[in-house]
Design a protein around this ligand. Sequence first.
Ligand code: NAP
Ligand code: 8YV
Length: 328
Amino acid sequence: MSNPSLRTSAPDTVLQVSALLPALENALSERYRTVRLPELSDPAGYLRDHGKDVVAAVTSARVGVGDDLMDALPRLGAIVHFGVGYETTDVVRARARGIDVSNTPDVLTDCVADLAVGALIDVMRRMSAADRYVRAGGWDTAPFPLASRVSGKRVGILGLGRIGRAVAQRLDGFGVHVSYCTRSPVPGVDYRHLPTAKALAEACDALVVTVAGGSGTEGLVSASVLDALGPQGYLVNVARGSVVDEPALVAAVEAGGIAGAALDVFTDEPNVPRALLESDRVVLLPHIASATRETRAAMGDLALRNLERYLTEGALLTPVPEASRSAH
Ligand code: NAP
Ligand code: 8YV
């Protein structure tokens, strides 16, 4: 706990910062004195009068704990994220105050990789577009246009972390030639490393984005990267909308600068640019890469175990890495 001198006789409180998995919300309420911030009629008033009671915050990866909220919680000692991404929380700022931060790595890796590969096949083979075609009666008049083969193609993975590696392993089964870009080559990996996103895009037929989000990767998939991918190239993004320059992507889709895109994440969710909604060459998914019953239950369980460990032993179970701020 960050500042013992600020302790009062008030009961220690767990602050639920955002809506969470219902089972996790129920477990928090059953086990701890929990306050659900989104359900308060006067959250600012609560924070002013009771912010000093909060010792731990549980939040989603997409909401995090913003600076103002952090500042309103003088005894906060732990931020527990439901999700692996945590770019919504300033970890350096938190650690400077002695607040530790956890996320839910590994337990969602398989499902996110499954969805990334599914999205890649969908956009290249045009499965969702073909489904729309059948439903609209197009098959009655003409065969569906030919699509692009997946097996044997060159796929570039931007960010070869836990999820990127799981995507690569799945693609090995398709005889795909995998190359990747990270800031430094991953030891013990045989895939070809390329030093920049642009070099990776030039060398592949499809670019799968699995890099960490945050300021360090904002706009990494820029207009010039999309240009390097080219009119025959496909983009899949399961990382964060911020990693892709969305206006540049819209321009590339509209001009035929790339062949297609499959997107699970967007800059301003749930708002999707109209041009993407209207394009038959874009697969749109509502940020569902980890959204299976099994994986969400495992994420909730890991978040809860982090909180329990912190409240009983003063240390989190899966803290985020020390040097994470440069990427997040
Ligand atoms: P991870 O293991 O930390 O992998 C992140 C990768 O990004 C690492 O390989 C890292 O390599 C690379 N990276 C960071 N900055 C880079 C840069 N500037 N250029 C190139 N590579 C860079 O994380 P993970 O568990 O695989 O998760 C990855 C991300 O997926 C999360 O941060 C989250 O945003 C996203 N995600 C999305 C969903 C969804 O629902 N769509 C679900 C889960 C996760 P280096 O540090 O060596 O550069
Ligand atoms: C979830 C995610 O959608 O883990 C992440 O980083 O983006 C997803 O798993 C998110 O955590 C739910 O808030």
